[in-house]
Design a protein around this ligand. Structure first.
Ligand SMILES: Nc1ncnc2c1ncn2[C@@H]1O[C@H](COP(=O)(O)OP(=O)(O)OP(=O)(O)O)[C@@H](O)[C@H]1O
Length: 263
């Protein structure tokens, strides 16, 4: 369980980026959304100790972030940053994923086992010898997830995992996220992509100006006046509303709502 209690973050320039956030999450996919500058990245950086609270506290499976190093916390909460290609520095995919486990002091065979497992989890098992820079956008994103997974964290923070990807690459990342959730990971998904929220999230947390202004179901979230937060409803929900059908999560739900199960 990740527990955040009355979290404040004030940067050196006195900017109050987080103002009294309370939050709990377990094994679920929670989407963290909000307009630019609302505090999403600042919040996420608290969950693996990259930032420490100005006030309040953050507990990760009972570990208070002020009492543990980022390295210790990263074994519980893995952070996959936006634009992961800036993170790659090894000459091949295998070594890239092996870097973290090697630093844990694991034996060579344990490292290899973890790398194989992590690459398989993201469907990159045939890519060992490829240079990370030669991968497609979706493959790079999946490699970044594998690098973090190799540390076996229970929770994953994914920062804009599909931004800039074409539809096919995006699908491949979505598939991996679904699989990780099924395997028991808790996932915090930072995104501006409302289609992704509709498809993947089990819960939505909305930040605005450093405050949590909503924390609830996906259906309730999409009934909020999203324009107030510079967010847009997914096309599918706009269509379903026009058709007088209630909340749906997929095109097949919509079809079923209109014509029934017989088609
Ligand atoms: N190092 C810093 N020093 C001072 N202010 C900062 C710093 N980092 C972020 N901020 C400010 O804190 C506020 C929250 O920023 P943050 O990056 O957490 O927002 P965000 O919701 O992740 O935005 P985006 O969607 O644009 O990524 C913003 O006003 C930002 O300018």
């Amino acid at each position: 369980m990740i527990e955040v209690k009355n979290l404040w973050h004030i940067y050196e320039n006195k900017k109050e980026a987080l103002r009294g956030i309370d939050f709990k999450m377990g094994e679920e996919i929670a989407a963290l959304v909000g307009p630019n500058g609302s505090g999403k990245t600042t919040f996420a950086k608290h969950l693996n100790g990259l930032l420490k609270p100005t006030r309040g506290e953050v507990l990760v499976d009972g570990m208070r972030t002020t009492e543990h190093t980022v390295a210790e916390l990263s074994m519980v909460v893995g952070y996959v940053f936006q634009n992961p290609e800036h993170m790659f520095f090894e000459e091949n995919v295998f070594n890239e994923v092996a870097f973290g486990p090697k630093n844990l002091g694991l034996s060579e065979s344990e490292v290899e086992e973890r790398v194989r497992w992590a690459l398989e989890s993201v469907n990159l098992q045939e890519y060992d010898d490829r240079t990370p820079y030669s991968l497609s956008g979706g493959e790079k994103q999946r490699l970044a997830i594998a690098c973090v997974l190799a540390m076996k964290p229970k929770y994953l923070i994914l920062d804009e995992p599909t931004t800039g990807l074409d539809a096919r690459s995006s699908r491949s990342v979505v598939k991996v996220i679904k699989k990780l959730r099924e395997e028991g990971h808790g996932i915090l998904l930072i995104t501006h992509d409302m289609e992704l929220v509709l498809e993947l999230a089990e819960r939505v947390v909305l930040l605005n100006d450093g405050r949590k202004v909503f924390d609830g179901s996906v259906e309730e979230f999409f009934s909020l006046p999203l324009h107030d937060y510079r967010l847009e409803k997914p096309e599918l929900l706009r269509v379903s509303e026009r058709l007088g059908v209630g909340f749906v999560k997929s095109v097949s739900d919509l079809v079923r709502a209109i014509v029934g199960d017989g088609v």
